[in-house]
Design a binder for this molecule. Structure first.
Ligand code: PPE
Length: 305
């Protein structure tokens, strides 16, 4: 259950948490055309707090809206400022930030021109997405029977509400089967991404992740690639198959919510030694140092509140 906060930013004003409601004829509720973001803020070692890569997340929100023809009635700067204000209004120093852009009520049907575009920003505390133990010991993943969207059915550069039916069904399927997280293949059978994460594997010291063709351009994915380059770990963006994951030395998921979650088993096959490997641990340690503000080289990724 989401821990109730005080205020939700709604179309430029604060609403009390309980009063941030929408009409049942909101267009997005019926047809799924809306966009959202998931952002984290962390306590930093100087006792303050910072949002991780705020600008990149807000840019992606605007890109997502552009892709599905939604015009956000605020500037990027206004949304960034609203996010900082919402964190302060809720006195949240560490947690999750959820901006959402959706079409409100008015016309119905598929071709609407006059429905208002609403923007809301909610924040709440959210610990480890798959549990603390997952971060330390790794999780058990399963390839889902659901494919990731074909590039001509959904446009994966956008974080679009309706697309998540696919993720929810994949997650449900594998969790009901006793696993922790789903791996989705693309419609050609190559590894694409998790239900809400990008995927990496390590083989012979090289880090590999699928190209952005049919996956969300993850901001954590980008952070991991940048960190690996700094650590002189070779990185390759190229597609691979599920059996290449079976014989990988290491595997992990990345995402704002999931952070860097090692995978110790896929489809009942141990990955490498069946525990988080050295490259995963090195990248994970660097990532957590960066978000805590311990590495000056990456202070530009932190937006102080
Ligand atoms: N792929 C998908 C499909 C996805 O939803 C996410 C984020 C990512 C990759 C990783 O992107 P990034 O967060 O920029 O590194 N998933 C968000 C939603 C999670 C949820 O359960 O809600 C998130 O991690 O915030």
């Amino acid at each position: 259950m989401v821990q109730k906060g005080r205020k939700i930013w709604f179309d430029g004003k604060f609403a009390a948490w309980e009063e941030a409601q929408v009409h049942v004829l909101s267009h997005t509720l019926h047809y799924g055309v809306g966009v959202f973001e998931g952002i984290r803020c962390y306590k930093t070692e100087d006792g303050k707090s910072a949002v991780f890569r705020l600008k990149e997340h807000v840019d992606r929100l605007f890109d997502s809206a552009h892709i599905v023809l939604l015009e956000i009635p605020f500037s990027r700067e206004e949304i960034c400022a609203a996010i900082r204000k919402t964190l302060r209004a809720n006195e949240l120093t560490e947690g999750y930030i959820r901006p959402i852009v959706f079409l409100g009520a008015g016309e119905m049907g598929l071709f609407v021109r006059t429905n208002p575009v609403h923007v809301a920003i909610a924040v709440w505390p959210w610990g480890a997405y798959l549990g603390e133990k997952a971060l330390r010991k790794g999780i058990r993943a399963k390839v889902s029977s659901f494919n990731r969207h074909h590039v001509n059915a959904a446009m994966s550069k956008g974080k679009v509400n309706g697309y998540y039916v696919n993720s929810v069904l994949a997650k449900w399927e594998v969790v009901k089967g006793g696993y922790d997280e789903a791996v989705l293949l693309d419609t050609e059978g190559y590894v694409a991404e998790g239900s809400g994460e990008n995927i990496f594997m390590v083989r012979n010291g090289t880090l590999q992740t699928p190209p952005l063709t049919s996956v969300l351009p993850g901001i954590t994915r980008d952070a991991v690639i940048t960190i690996a380059q700094r650590l002189d770990i070779p990185v390759k963006e190229a597609r691979f198959t599920r059996d290449e994951l079976y014989i990988a030395d290491e595997m992990f998921f990345t995402g704002t919510a999931a952070e860097i979650t090692p995978v110790r088993e896929l489809d009942d096959r141990k990955i490498g030694a069946g525990k988080p490997g050295p490259v995963t641990r090195q990248i994970q340690a660097a990532f957590f140092d960066i978000i805590r503000g311990k590495i000056p080289l990456f202070h530009h990724w932190l937006d102080r509140i």
